[in-house]
Design a protein around this ligand. Structure first.
Ligand SMILES: *Cc1c(COP(=O)(O)O)cnc(C)c1O
Length: 440
């Protein structure tokens, strides 16, 4: 097995690379240790314990820059999807780069405002079930756009805005009925899904919005799903949206914004697309070509594409065991820490933190939780590791920590952000006492 990402062919500094170990007097030649930027993961595990999430700041920075750069030809704002990774420090570093935010709850809105008060004017609020409290919070904060998903929500928003004597900027989230190849749980753009308003019914809803006091039509929004790696469906959706924008303008609506949503996928099962730049450029072309001549401000809501490859979950092997010839590595992380394999059957590459030129074996990598679904990998070929050794589960920067829980009364892991040679805890490890505090 060759260590992944040992060399960068992409011209950008890779976040996680193996470097030859320089520790110890009897340094064995050919021993490589996985680093986050300039910091050995062995060192972070010793310092902060395991399981622990480790993020590379440079990776987030550079992926944001690539994304932003790909859309340089058109007026645009990137509204990072907070639900992918909502750690305050990560929101703050993106806000400092001029990034906006897509939130799907009052809690996420509060996180954004905590990270940066001034970011409110770059916030779009999505979600199929915003409550009146959440709508009111968005109005008070003065956000950029409410992506409304039903006639009832439109009425509720008008009512909340009226009470505050404010005007709510509105886009209707349109369901374009476009099929995108992804996991059924994260595909959202078909008419049978709960999301959005069928595109054929959108014009009627815009008419209603325009005729309602305290609402101001500002744009059209769409989001067809997540982890979509073929850019064609994005183009298809945007072609339908462009048609709708023309029709709405003919109807007299002021459509300034097109919110294209998020959903661009990453490569979980292979090394990063050799060139993230040209991948995002092709995505940008798919989105912007149908919009040519429309003179709209494009909003983009990437989550996974920005932070996914920027995080690893470090875990220690607690036990090796063999059941009727089948080999298991029982690790100290579990489905409560990172649920994607259990929830979606998702593939994550898993590598030993210390890489020797040794033999490999086929193993299941499982957690200690009492569920058969508590696994990170099945029948995976992995270099042979011993009890106490460290493994890194890759590409967990998105939908990792945010989906964690306290199942089995397991305190959630710490999160550490690495920048160059320095590392900082950006969320301390939970204690059992934290979990008990809210209970009677
Ligand atoms: C989840 C979500 C996103 C982000 O999706 P990614 O696949 O992480 O890019 C963007 N917009 C909306 C409305 C979402 O629900």
């Amino acid at each position: 097995m060759t260590p992944r990402r040992q060399n960068s062919t992409t011209g950008r500094p890779p976040g996680f690379v193996y470097r030859e170990s320089k520790h110890g007097m009897l340094r064995r030649s050919g021993q490589f240790v996985l680093h986050a930027e300039g910091v050995a993961l062995t060192k972070l595990a010793a310092q902060y314990g395991t399981p622990v999430y480790v993020y590379s700041r440079e990776t987030i920075d550079s992926r944001y820059d690539v994304f932003d750069g790909a859309f340089r030809a058109v007026p645009h704002t990137i509204c990072y999807s907070v639900k992918a990774n909502s750690n305050l420090s990560i929101l703050r570093l993106l806000a400092r780069k001029g990034c906006g935010f897509d939130v799907v709850s009052g809690g996420e809105l509060e996180r954004v405002l905590t990270a940066d008060r001034k970011a409110a004017r770059k916030v779009v609020f999505s979600g199929v079930g915003k409550t009146r409290e959440e709508l009111t919070a968005g109005l008070k904060a003065g956000i950029l756009l409410f992506n409304v998903e039903s006639e009832s929500e439109l009425s509720a928003l008008a009512e909340c805005a009226g009470r505050l004597r404010r005007t709510a900027p509105v886009a209707v989230r349109v369901n374009p009925d476009v099929a995108a190849e992804t996991h059924p749980y994260i595909s959202t753009g078909l008419h049978q899904h709960k999301f959005g308003v069928p595109i054929r019914e959108a014009r009627a809803l815009y008419a209603k919005a325009s005729g309602t006091r305290h609402l101001k039509v500002g744009g059209v929004s769409v989001h067809i799903g997540s982890q979509i790696t073929d850019v064609a469906p994005f183009g298809e959706a945007m072609t339908r949206i462009a048609e709708l924008v023309r029709a709405l303008r003919d109807d007299g609506h002021g459509i300034a914004y097109v919110d294209a949503g998020g959903g661009l996928g990453i490569a979980y099962d292979q090394p990063e697309p050799a060139d993230f730049c040209s991948y995002v450029e092709s995505y940008a072309r798919a989105l912007t070509t149908p919009l040519q001549g429309l003179d709209v401000h494009l909003l983009l809501e990437p989550g996974r594409a920005i932070v996914g490859p920027a995080g690893v979950l470090l875990t220690s092997v607690v036990y090796r065991k063999t059941n009727a010839g089948k080999r298991f590595l029982v690790v100290d992380a579990a489905m409560n820490d990172m649920i994607r394999p259990a929830l979606y059957g998702a593939y994550h590459e898993i590598v030993p933190v210390t890489m020797d030129a040794g033999k490999s074996e086929v193993v299941d990598i499982v957690g200690p939780v009492c569920e058969t679904g508590d696994f990170f990998a099945r029948d995976r070929e992995l270099p042979i590791v011993a009890e106490g050794d460290l493994l890194a589960i890759l590409d967990v920067g998105a939908y990792g920590m945010v989906l964690s829980s306290n199942y089995n009364t397991r305190p959630r892991p710490a999160e550490v952000l690495v920048a160059g040679k320095s590392a900082k805890v950006i969320r301390r490890r939970e204690k059992v006492a934290d979990l008990l505090r809210a209970e009677v």
